[in-house]
Design a binder for this molecule. Structure first.
Ligand code: SAH
Ligand code: SF4
Ligand code: F3S
Length: 434
């Protein structure tokens, strides 16, 4: 028997959807009368909201658990949540005796009752993926920052051969249109000025992502809308048109291509070719010429030759990404690619990753330099490292540093004065009240 915890800390890793889930878990625990532990304070309950996407991320979950042992030998109550919890289930409890409960991403509405079970001496595991969604069982949104996440679609039916998401998040499910619009309103009432609509394949949202964007754009007080992540084959003309027509929709698109080589794309089961992807980008740019394109890449997929990799560098040059994430292939248990022949040697992967990242950085810097001298707006999100310095986001999702007395949540008119590969320096023109 232990006591019901009085304080909690939720630590989220992985994608933005995990961050969203972490916020919702915190709200659930708050509704039970627990409070967030202060910085530096030991929490009675620690929720590790984990990511399973690559081996390193998954292994980190267990080293993080180990680090929760206190100097006096005691430990907080530990909940393993997120995609590692889903993938490993009861096995996680065996791998680490410190874990008190295991809860998957579709079951976390049950977190408070599972905590109560732990207090009674049990070690519950819930990795069910109920047909009835968790969302109906969650409390209302509470105070949020100026930029908020809103999950509208979850799970994935695409089964890219390298990816665990269809297994850890389950089948593609879209939340009802009216529920999502209501949550968007409550986020704005709670202080959000920007909403990023989330889904593993957000542009496959059943109610129509373009319709949803147009609807939430009507909310007074909401100034910016973003969405992520999109799949190239679900980039409809209606959604592309929204980029031309909806002022609040920001000029930024994260559209992962993964590789520039068709044989590799086929082996990945990506359902798009390099050329069809480039055609989509062209249409998007026709609708919104200044749009910042971002993407994801995997190097060293089984069977990737030098020629395949050269095709990837070449698509980077064609698209001229404003930013992009790139990863070494990580064989994930249970995925088809983990069984494929033609493993690429580590040194080759390291070399390709380095060359790819250097190429992407050139394009990022060029994109950022092109904005020098332009007048734009930034939404202040956090303090900078230097006194008097704040950091806000441009419409193109660049981080912009400014010297200002403005506060988090303010929208400022700035002129871009300086460009680095990952950030910009701005000068205030005038401040608009929050
Ligand atoms: N649903 C999104 C995000 C998937 S995960 C999408 O379809 O793009 C985010 C990125 O992680 C992927 O785009 C891919 O580039 C990378 N990734 C996924 N599985 C991986 C693996 N096994 N090895 C290396 N990178 C991987
Ligand atoms: Fe994973 Fe592919 Fe689904 Fe993205 S589309 S979540 S990469 S299976
Ligand atoms: Fe990671 Fe799960 Fe997101 S595996 S990337 S936390 S969907």
């Amino acid at each position: 028997m232990t006591e019901i915890p009085k304080t909690y800390r939720v630590k989220s890793f992985g994608c933005q959807m995990n961050v969203y889930d972490g916020e919702r878990m915190a709200e659930l625990l708050g509704a039970e009368g627990m409070r967030a532990a202060a910085d530096g304070e030991d929490a009675d309950l620690v929720v590790l909201n984990t990511c399973h996407i690559r081996e390193k991320a998954a292994e980190k979950a267990y080293s993080d658990v180990g680090r929760l042992r206190r100097e006096d030998g005691s430990k907080p109550m530990i909940a393993l949540a997120g995609c590692v919890a889903q993938a490993e289930g009861a096995e996680a409890r065996t791998r680490s005796s410190m874990i008190d409960l295991v809860v998957g991403p579709q079951a976390y509405h049950r977190l408070p009752e599972m905590v109560a079970e732990v207090a009674k001496g049990h070690r519950p595991v819930d990795t069910d993926m109920p047909a009835i969604s968790k969302f109906g069982a969650l409390p209302a949104r509470r105070k949020v920052g100026p930029s908020a996440f809103l999950t509208v679609q979850e799970g994935c039916d695409k089964f890219c051969t390298y990816c665990v998401v269809p297994y850890t998040r389950g089948a593609e499910i879209s939340r009802p249109f009216a529920d999502v619009v209501a949550e968007a309103r409550s986020l704005v009432d709670s202080g959000a000025r920007e909403i990023t609509v989330l889904g593993q394949n957000v542009n496959a949202y059943e109610g129509g992502l373009d319709r949803l964007i147009r609807e939430i754009a009507k909310i007074d007080g909401l100034e910016r809308i973003r969405y992520t992540t999109s799949h190239p084959t679900d980039m409809t003309d209606a959604l592309i048109a929204a980029h031309a027509e909806v002022d609040k929709l920001m000029p930024y698109l994260h559209l992962p291509v993964q590789s520039g080589s068709d044989p590799i794309l086929k082996a990945m089961n990506r359902s798009h070719s390099a050329e069809s992807y480039l055609r989509t980008i062209e249409k998007v740019r026709a609708a919104r010429p200044d749009i910042a394109i971002s993407g994801d890449f995997i190097v060293g997929f089984p069977g990737e030759t030098d020629e395949d990799f050269t095709a990837t560098l070449s698509i980077v040059d064609s698209v001229r990404y404003a930013s992009a994430y790139s990863f070494k292939f990580s064989a994930r248990p249970g995925t088809p690619a983990a069984q494929m022949e033609g493993a690429v040697a580590q040194e080759v992967m390291d070399d390709r990753l380095q060359r790819l990242q250097a190429r992407i950085a050139e394009h990022s810097l060029a994109f950022n330099r092109a904005t020098i001298g332009s007048d734009t707006q930034i939404l202040i999100e956090r303090k900078g490292r230097l006194a008097g310095q704040m950091i806000g986001k441009s419409p193109w999702l660049q981080s912009v540093f400014v010297e200002t007395g403005a506060e988090i949540g303010d929208m400022l008119d700035v002129t871009i004065a300086q460009a680095l590969p990952n950030s910009l320096g701005g000068v205030i023109r005038s401040a608009k009240a929050a």
